[in-house]
Each structure stands twice: as C-alpha cells, then as structure tokens.
Design a protein around this ligand. Structure first.
Ligand code: BV8
Length: 252
C-alpha cells in the first residue's frame, strides 16, 4: 500500500472542502475494497478468476449462461452480506449528517455499503446488487411473489408458465443507466464547486464522464486513489492513499 499523501496536501483539500458549498462525491469499487469486497480491477478470486466481469455483467452473458451469471451474483450477495461499511463509508455519511444538503454522493457501487453506513439520498448509478427484476416482458403469471423463496444459489428463478427468468437488478454493460439517477448525478456534477473522486479507475462511462462535466462547470476535482487513474489529467489534486485513510482525514 503506497504511503499516505503528505499532510500539506490533505490540509489544502480540507480548506477547499471548508470553502465548498456544493460538494459532489463520486465513488467506485475501491471505496468498498477495505471492507473485503473485491474490486473489478482485481482479478476475481478462485473459480470466478476465469471469467471477465464485463462478460458476466451483461445481458448476452446472462442469456448465454444464466446459471453461471446468477451464481456469480449470489456469490457476491453472500460476500457483501457478510461485510460491513468501512471508515470511508462512515466518513461520507458523517459529513452528510453534519452538513445537511452540502454533499451529493454518487456511487458506481451496487453493494449498498454507503446506504448501510447511513449516507442519505445516495445516487446509485448502477443499481442494487440485492434487487431482482424480470429479464423479459411478463406474462400474467410472472409475479415475483410466485418466485419468493426460490432464490437458489445456482439457478435463476423462472416463471413456470412462460419461462421468463429473474435477473439481478443492476445495470449491465450495454444497458442504459436509470434516467433519474443519471439526471441527478449530472445535476450534482454540473452544479458542484468541488468534486471528490474516490476509489474508481475512471474507465466505465457514462459515470466517469461526470468528472469532466464537473470540471467543465468550473469545479475543482480531487482524486483519492491508491493508484493512477484514467481521470488524473482532470485533477486539481491527487491524494494517493487508501480511502479509509484519506476520506476520514478530509471529511472528519
Ligand atoms: C451505457 C453493475 C448506454 C453490474 C457496472 C462511452 C459512453 C457510454 C458508454 C460507453 C462509453 N464507452 C464505453 C461504453 C460502454 C460501457 C463502458 O463504459 N465500458 C467500459 C468497460 C469501457 N458502458 C456501459 O455499457 C454503460 N451503459 O452507457 O448505456 C449505451 C448502451 C449501449 C452501447 C453504448 C452505450 C453501463 C455501465 C455500467 C456497468 N455496470 N456495475 C455489476 O456490478 O455486476 S460497472 C462496474 O464496473 C462497477 O459498477 C463500476 O462502475 C465498474 C468498476 O469500476 P470501478 O468502480 O472504477 O472499479 P475498478 O475495480 O475498475 O477500480 C477500482 C479502483 O479503486 C482502482 O482505481 C483502484 O486503484 C482503486 N482502489 C483499490 N483499493 C482502494 C482504491 N482506492 C482507494 N482506496 C482503496 N483501498
């Protein structure tokens, strides 16, 4: 783990935060890493290492291998259910509680850890790992209640009448983001005076595009990451360090 950023850099960004009236925070998988949730950059561990996340997190991937993809999500649900929010999640929730209305939290994560830490009004760009929805248009008998209790670890529940499958309620690659979430994220990015970008490689769009929108609207951009990112060229400051170290130092 690289050494944490020198104190003077932290102090400078703390001053920017103190001066900020509208703070937008964009988080990625790196914020949950220290809770024990593998990031997408990290090779998936064990059995899952043989598959590409981009293939598994897609409708074609699910249609081709529904049991495999469903099992991957069940595996992730079990893993996330067993972990807790970390100091980074709590620092963001604590700041929001102390400064109502000053911070908009936009996350790419589907693990729900920001919400479990108490962050209010989280803008969840990519959905919820623990939600399910129907894959195709429903027949009159496709009722989720019908499937209750059939969440087996290896097979997606299916409507016994039309064969429609349940699928995870997340945004897959190649799928549009929920318009309301994207609109809220763009309003926050274009309206903020400071954007903190924490724990994201900045590879996935349109989420990563929010950082350019903030910069183009005149906001300062601060990146918090353990490694270089695709967004570093947009940063006014880059604080190299773990989210659980840097975010509490900035927001506490
Ligand atoms: C879409 C849910 C319209 C599922 C996810 C330009 C514009 C629009 C679209 C595209 C475009 N270019 C390409 C596209 C297509 C695609 C895309 O972006 N592809 C990438 C791979 C190039 N985008 C889409 O398909 C999006 N849909 O735009 O719809 C459309 C439709 C059709 C055709 C075109 C456009 C939908 C994208 C959403 C996909 N769903 N998640 C699930 O989770 O199963 S994305 C998923 O991966 C995550 O949600 C997250 O967003 C992403 C992973 O990114 P990160 O969060 O950054 O995580 P990563 O592991 O990569 O990096 C971790 C970082 O943390 C690293 O930097 C590391 O250094 C750091 N770190 C590690 N530990 C720590 C740390 N930092 C601090 N502290 C630590 N301790």
């Amino acid at each position: 783990m690289p050494a944490a950023e020198p104190d003077h850099a932290i102090e400078a960004v703390r001053d920017w935060i103190a001066q900020s009236r509208r703070l937008c925070v964009l988080t990625g998988a790196g914020v949950s890493a220290e809770s024990g949730v593998p990031t997408f950059r990290d090779a998936q561990t064990g059995y899952w290492a043989q598959f590409r996340a981009e293939d598994m997190a897609s409708e074609p991937g699910f249609r081709a291998h529904p049991a495999r993809v469903w099992h991957w999500y069940q595996h992730r649900r079990g893993l996330v259910s067993a972990v807790a929010p970390n100091a980074a999640h709590h620092a963001l929730a604590g700041f929001a509680a102390q400064h109502p209305g000053r911070l908009t939290l936009v996350t790419q994560n589907v693990d729900g850890l920001h919400q479990r830490a108490g962050s209010p009004d989280v803008v969840a760009l990519h959905g919820d790992l623990f939600a399910d929805q129907w894959l195709d248009a429903c027949c009159p008998q496709c009722t989720p209640a019908l499937q209750a209790g059939q969440l087996t670890a290896t097979e997606p529940p299916a409507c016994p009448y039309c064969g429609n499958l349940r699928r995870p309620g997340v945004v897959w690659f190649g799928e549009c983001l929920p318009q309301a979430a994207l609109d809220a994220a763009e309003v926050a990015a274009q309206g903020c005076d400071l954007m903190l970008v924490a724990g994201t490689a900045g590879v996935v769009y349109p989420a990563a595009g929010l950082v350019l929108q903030a910069r183009d609207a005149g906001a300062r951009v601060v990146i918090v990451n353990t490694a270089p990112t695709e967004l570093d060229r947009l940063a006014d400051a880059m604080l190299q360090g773990a989210a659980t170290t840097v975010l509490p130092a900035l927001l506490g």
